[in-house]
Design a protein around this ligand. Structure first.
Ligand SMILES: *Cc1c(COP(=O)(O)O)cnc(C)c1O
Length: 380
């Protein structure tokens, strides 16, 4: 007799997703190859129009990745070397890198302890005469508190560049996330809610001038062939990625619904366990649950206990940016941003992907209950 070993539950499963759309994706790739439409071209234009319609904005400009989307959006909004740009420390490094790459200065502001996104009160306090822009990050697919952020930005004349790399399709007070700012940036890194078969990104905006500027910046400042109005970059999106994204965009609403439903299953399965802080979904928002990140005191012990049962977890992110060696020159000591620091030491992302089953969620819940019984989970 063989013992029935349950299969592993990965944090994300891109192979499971591909299995559901294999034929569509391969047909789309074949079409691009047959047309030799490799850079820009009709597949890109089609995806840009489709993603604009999905996102509720007038313009979408496809670019090479989410980091470049942020960089080009900042430039198109007039941010230059020497300007100061405010963002949060509990994000992926790309958010801050995009600022430094321009020679602008990153200024970190702590997050709201409940939402884990930019704290509007602290934003107001942190502004200086050099502050020209703010980048709210819609972490894990949960919108930042945009009404007060937009109000402060309006009063101080700041440009708002949204980092929606984890929030394709999220809404805040009935507004699509893509309209909340002068420009809103998306990543289509494979593991994102909408992911390419490689790197890709986009800038969404209702501002025709910003859209045109990004369109030129991504392609050497080109006005027409071999005529360049200014120096730009090579930050173009591949036709292959655009064609794949068009296929996947059709499935995105359903995938986001599945993520929301699985998050609710987790809420129910974990609700009565001690010492856990579950993600909060606010009534003013429709999140898109890129990650299901809990907070727990004995985070590393719990991750190990789950790993021993074949359950993979992740940490987003273990080191807040102000404590990264890359930002040591900013001189922010431990304790500078206590909310982000506490979050980094306690956050744990549980498996979540649209193809996951309710049974998978139950298995994670059961493993967590065994952790409680083994006293890995403690009431802090
Ligand atoms: C993924 C991500 C980015 C960067 O996107 P890339 O496409 O990998 O360059 C930026 N910000 C956040 C919050 C992200 O999660």
């Amino acid at each position: 007799m063989t013992i029935d070993r349950p299969t592993k539950i990965p944090l994300v499963d891109l192979k499971a997703q591909y299995a559901t759309i294999r034929d569509e994706v391969r047909a789309a790739i074949d079409a691009v190859l047959d047309d030799a439409a490799f850079i820009g071209g009709p597949y890109l234009e089609r995806f840009e129009a489709e993603f604009a319609a999905f996102s509720g904005v007038k313009y979408v400009v496809g670019v090479s990745n989410g980091t470049d989307a942020l960089r080009l959006a900042l430039l198109a909004c007039g941010i230059r070397a020497g300007n100061e740009v405010i963002t949060v420390p509990n994000t992926f490094i790309a958010t801050a890198e995009a600022v430094s790459m321009l020679g602008a200065k990153v200024r970190f502001v702590d997050v709201d302890p409940k939402r884990l996104t930019l704290d509007p009160a602290r934003l107001a306090e942190a502004c200086t005469p050099a502050t020209k822009a703010v980048i709210p990050v819609h972490l894990y697919g949960h919108p930042a508190e945009m009404d007060p952020i937009m109000e402060i930005a309006r009063q101080r004349g700041l440009r708002v560049i949204g980092d929606a790399a984890q929030a394709h399709g999220a809404q805040y007070r009935g507004h699509p996330i893509a309209v909340l700012g002068d420009a809103v940036c998306f990543s289509f890194y494979p593991g994102k809610n909408l992911g390419a078969c490689g790197d890709a990104g986009a800038v969404a905006t209702n501002d025709a001038a910003v859209a045109e500027r990004v369109r030129m910046l991504r392609d050497h400042g080109r006005t027409r062939k071999y005529e360049h109005a200014f120096e730009g970059f090579n930050c173009r999106m591949d036709g292959l990625q655009a064609a794949v994204l068009s296929v996947k965009l059709k499935h995105l609403p359903g995938w986001n619904v599945a993520r929301r439903r699985l998050a609710a299953e987790y809420d129910a399965a974990l609700g009565e366990l001690p010492g856990l802080r579950l993600p909060i979904a606010y009534a003013d928002s429709t999140p898109v649950q890129h990650l299901y990140a809990i907070q727990v005191e004995s985070r590393d012990d719990l991750a190990r206990a789950l790993a021993s049962e074949g359950i993979q977890t992740g940490i987003h992110y273990p080191i807040p940016l102000h404590l990264q060696p890359a930002y040591s020159h900013l001189g922010a000591a431990r304790g500078s941003f206590p909310v982000a620091e506490r979050h980094a030491s306690r956050t744990l992302s549980l498996p979540l992907f649209p193809e996951m089953t309710d049974d998978d969620v139950r298995r994670v819940g059961d493993a967590m209950r065994r952790s409680r019984d083994a006293r890995v989970l403690r009431t802090a």
